[in-house]
Design a protein around this ligand. Structure first.
Ligand code: HEC
Length: 198
């Protein structure tokens, strides 16, 4: 009897912890500029194509994920497009105590840490089909669905632009598996749908 009372008392005193208690709102009100092409760089496309590609990259918001600090409101423009050490959760923190997390990679033409050694087709497939370099897996949270209908001229312009910007050496953290704890910062997008019984 005493035990039951004790348990009930404890239950009453225990505050119900919100599953998002460890989350805070981020300031996502920043628009990230696409960096300028570098005059000294080898231009694989003509200048008009590169400028058009820069415009498209700006329009499609690539830098909002692929620039460090952009996801949490303080973009580091010295490392524009060089990847983000703030990750994006790809599973729900409501159900997974530790959600899976990916980090938008470095898409500058750096050969070691960026996409400098990727072929045009590999880059085009990552953007329009959301596939990894060798096609072995689907890129997670990269919004390729919104880019799937980019036409061949526009994708060539985007690639020419990406090859024309300053290569920045920058390594992002490796992906975090679901259930694995990480000490890296990450943000959570609303990507889950509710279940409705028929
Ligand atoms: C909502 C955030 C977001 C936006 C916007 C975004 N990306 Fe990504 N992108 C990612 C993430 C995250 C990955 C890595 C996913 C993974 O590894 O599973 C990725 C992967 C890539 C890759 C593969 C690179 C590699 O090393 O694996 C390329 C290339 C790329 N994105 C280019 C672009 C371009 C170009 C744009 C704009 C047209 C863009 N992304 C917009 C989040 C984003």
């Amino acid at each position: 009897m005493l035990g039951v009372f004790f348990l009930a008392a404890c239950a009453n005193d225990t505050p119900v912890e919100s599953p998002l208690a460890n989350f805070e709102e981020v300031d996502s009100a920043k628009v990230v500029d696409a960096p300028e092409p570098q005059p000294g760089r080898f231009y694989p496309g003509d200048r008009d194509a590169i400028d058009h590609g820069g415009y498209l990259v700006q329009l499609l918001g690539c830098g909002s994920c692929h620039t460090n600090g952009a996801l949490d409101g303080v973009p580091d423009m010295n490392k524009a497009m060089a990847g983000s050490t703030t990750g994006i959760a790809y599973s729900s923190p409501l159900t997974d105590k530790h959600p899976g997390v990916v980090f938008p990679p470095n898409i500058t033409p750096d050969e070691e840490t960026g996409i400098g050694l990727w072929t045009d087709i590999e880059i085009a497939n990552a953007i329009r089909a959301g596939t990894s370099r060798h096609g072995s897996r689907r890129l997670v949270t990269m919004p390729w669905q919104g880019y799937a209908r980019i036409n061949d001229d526009d994708i060539a312009a985007i690639i020419a632009y990406l090859r024309s910007i300053e290569p920045v050496s920058n390594v992002v953290p490796r992906p975090v598996r679901r259930g694995e704890r990480t000490r890296e910062r990450f943000v959570y997008f609303g990507v889950y749908q509710n279940k409705i019984d028929d």
